[in-house]
Design a protein around this ligand. Structure first.
Ligand SMILES: Cc1cc2nc3c(=O)[nH]c(=O)nc-3n(C[C@H](O)[C@H](O)[C@H](O)COP(=O)(O)O)c2cc1C
Length: 380
């Protein structure tokens, strides 16, 4: 039903981006999803259903997509070192982040323009996040308002910010107040995208933000140019981070740190957390894989604030490896969007549940019963 709605709405509003109804859309939701057992299965199913432009927007990266490949390859190169004959009958995957309890260390990363993928957009994702009990980080380029998203779920919501530059301070202050009033519990400031990267695949697919979408938290859209003639996404500096710190008591995380020196500056600026991220390989090609950048950042931070990581996480073993190398939790981007495309809220929750269950299997099969027991000795 969800899928046929995609077709119906698309036919009236979004001729350029609508998913074409496929035979699978006529099957029941559970039936259509039952054969999808891994995150990559969801990508294949989503690709069949998504309009080319929407799929290209989600799947693509910058330049030659070398960083996207490395994000996966570097996980695959790491071998696991198990311990056996440990009683793994009971596992505890729970954690606390900024005073919020979570059942497992997997969050939904901010991804823009979710109405490209589903007519309900971020509201549908929030429903799925609620079923799976996963924290959902809403993008600055959300196509729905926080109040509507919050009404759809009981799960914790965080909000991601771009563009803290001085001329936007008044606007950003209002946004922070609005999202906080809607229940937002933390802010992720994305620092790795002052300008857009060379998104060749998007350009080839003729990608543009459909006019029918509102982006209430980024009304100027993307496209203004810097003095150097580059398309602006979210340019600002450390001074603006200090400004944000002075106007909110919400926890602030900086998303997009790869260099330990920047991690140190972030802590000095008073941030509460760091997300090691290369934006899913969408900004600057040949940046290192995040799993390879993580250890040096975690070492520098030395437990002073939580370090999270995203990029290329597709298996429970990847989650285990990230935690072993110093992450407190991970975020996934593309996989849950593929879940949204393949089965709406049910698809989103299935993706999270599959990854969570694989993570538990990886813990049990390496003899680790709690998150605290996952340390570097898991990596062989
Ligand atoms: C379609 C799409 C849109 C994205 N939009 C945003 C965004 O608006 N803000 C942001 O900070 N990161 C954005 N990201 C990056 C994600 O937050 C995250 O860093 C990345 O997707 C993680 O890699 P993965 O997709 O391999 O899991 C986006 C990623 C994708 C795939």
């Amino acid at each position: 039903m969800v899928l046929s709605t995609v077709g119906a709405l698309g036919a009236t509003l979004l001729p350029a981006v609508a998913a074409q109804p496929r035979p699978a859309a006529h099957k029941g939701k559970a039936e259509a999803l039952s054969g999808l057992v891994s995150l990559d299965d969801f990508e294949r199913a989503a690709r069949e259903r998504m309009a080319t432009m929407a799929y290209e927007f989600v799947a693509s990266g910058a330049g030659d997509e070398i960083t996207i490949r490395w994000n996966r390859e570097d996980y695959n190169k790491l071998k696991l070192r198990p311990r056996v004959l440990v009683d793994v009958e009971v596992l505890d995957t729970s954690l606390e982040l900024f005073g919020q309890k979570s059942d497992f260390p997997i969050l939904l990363a901010p991804t823009a323009l979710q109405r490209l993928t589903h007519p309900e957009g971020e509201v549908e994702t929030a429903r799925g996040a609620g079923v799976a009990n996963a924290t959902f980080v809403v993008s600055s380029l959300s196509t729905r308002r926080m109040a509507d998203i919050a009404r759809a779920t009981t799960t914790p919501l965080w909000f991601q910010l771009y563009g803290l530059n001085k001329e936007r301070h008044g606007f950003v202050r209002d946004v922070v107040q609005e999202v906080k009033a809607s229940g937002c519990r933390a802010l992720c400031v994305t620092v790795d995208a002052p300008v857009l990267g060379a998104r060749n695949r998007q350009a080839r697919a003729g990608f543009r933000i459909p006019d029918v979408f509102e982006t209430p938290y980024y009304p100027e859209r993307v496209g203004a140019k810097t003095a150097a003639g580059l398309p602006i996404l979210g340019g600002f500096t450390w001074k603006d981070v200090a400004w944000l710190r002075s106007v909110t008591n919400l926890p602030i995380l900086l998303k997009g740190i790869l260099n330990p020196e920047d991690a140190e500056l972030a802590i000095r600026a008073g941030v509460d957390g760091i997300i090691v991220s290369n934006h899913g390989g969408r900004c600057l090609d040949t940046l290192p894989a995040t799993i390879s950048a993580l250890p040096a950042v975690a070492e520098k931070v030395a437990g002073r604030v939580p370090v999270l990581v995203d990029g290329g996480i597709r298996r429970g073993t990847d989650v285990l490896k990230a935690l072993a190398l110093g992450a407190k939790a991970v975020l996934i981007g593309r996989p849950y969007i593929y879940g949204l495309a393949a089965g709406g809220a049910t698809g989103v929750s299935r993706v999270v549940e599959i990854l969570r269950d694989e993570f538990k299997m990886a813990m049990a099969l390496t003899g680790r019963r709690t998150l605290a027991e996952i340390d570097r000795s898991v990596i062989g």
